[in-house]
Design a protein around this ligand. Structure first.
Ligand code: SF4
Length: 338
């Protein structure tokens, strides 16, 4: 028997990566939209224990060209210990070309530039960080435990160390009331940091989380599916001087085709969103239904739907008489993806 631990999640881009668990769960565990580690206690793992897992993975014949360090905030480990693990992992798996991890912005802002460089030299190539929004008001509301200033300082430090920064933006996380604030402030942070990747994670209130409860009791007014897309457009329109890439790699995003380089493809991305926004309302809903039910990925896929399925989708759209019923229908599917 080969024994090694594995945490519950990794970014979609790490689907084929070796998953190496260096800490357990989340040291913060208070974000009001997140239910991943609720009820689980954070703990550090010892260097020897993690090295034991590396040996066990090697003995089991596991291999890949990439690896991801779990769980939610690996760089909270003592830098010299994490560097020792990284070096040992790199020696054991020389075929691995890229090692990445999750890191919280507050931890990134505290680590010294020297320690960040040490981690890069030991083999850490990319940091994924859930910024969610650049707005201090929204960060406070969702209890993210980070600030815009920490996001900027932490992000720049990652880049200065020669690592790639992958930041996550959550359209809709401020609700209707703070929708413009979310676009504007997030665009500001992106413009200041110019992350290598801006990954879109459309907000969906997960039942059972504090945000889910607030939607239930009416104290948080969520954006509609369409308003969240408009938030992405406004963010793109306000981003300046960036050369990173927008990535849409999660099924919660309505328009998968909104992806591309911020320097060379920004206007194309904005145009794709406008194309959706300017669709005739019934056609727009047909696309939303087909996308949320998993029949299409892009607007252009609608032309390729079989006639009988296309007719069924029209019938479904006709069934919902009020905007509230419509959003509930869409959310029924979205909640299955989070
Ligand atoms: S979103 Fe990330 S930092 Fe926040 S509680 Fe969940 S795992 Fe922890």
């Amino acid at each position: 028997m080969y024994g090694f631990e594995m945490g519950p999640i990794r970014p979609p881009s790490e689907a084929n990566s070796i998953l190496l668990r260096v800490t357990r769960n989340c040291p913060w565990n208070k974000c009001e939209f997140c239910g991943v580690y609720k009820g689980e206690k954070f703990s550090l793992r010892s260097v020897d224990e993690v090295k034991g897992d590396i040996d066990a993975m090697k003995a089991a014949g596991i291999t890949s060209s990439s690896a991801f360090l779990q769980d939610a905030n690996s760089i909270i480990m003592k830098p010299d210990q994490l560097a020792e693990i990284l070096s040992y992992f790199r020696e054991t798996f020389p075929e691995v070309r890229r090692v990445t991890t999750y890191a919280r912005a507050d931890t990134l802002s505290r680590i010294t530039p020297e320690n960040m460089k040490m981690l890069k030299e030991a083999g850490l190539d990319r940091v994924h960080s859930g910024y969610e929004t650049g707005s201090d008001v929204i960060l406070k509301m969702i209890k993210k435990g980070t600030t815009r200033d920490q996001q900027v300082r932490g992000g720049l430090k990652v880049k200065e160390a020669g690592m790639e920064l992958s930041m996550y933006f959550m359209p809709g996380v401020g609700g209707r009331e703070l929708s413009e604030e979310n676009s504007r402030e997030t665009a500001g942070v992106i413009s200041e940091v110019d992350p290598d990747f801006v990954r879109l994670r459309t907000f969906v209130a997960k039942p059972g989380t504090p945000m889910g409860d607030r939607v239930e009791d009416g104290s948080f007014l969520p954006c509609t599916d369409e308003e969240k897309v408009t938030e992405i457009r406004r963010m793109l329109e306000q981003v300046e001087g960036c050369s990173g890439t927008v990535v849409s790699d999660h099924i919660v995003n309505l328009l998968e085709e909104v992806r591309g380089n911020l320097r060379t493809q920004k206007s194309e991305m904005i145009q794709k969103i406008r194309e959706f926004e300017e669709m005739e309302p019934f056609e727009k809903k047909r696309f939303q239904a087909a996308r949320r039910m998993g029949f299409v990925r892009r607007l252009s896929d609608m032309d390729r739907l079989p006639a009988d399925l296309s007719e069924q989708i029209s019938g479904i759209v006709h069934r919902f008489k009020t905007p509230q019923q419509w959003e509930e229908f869409l959310n029924y599917f979205l909640e299955r993806y989070i």
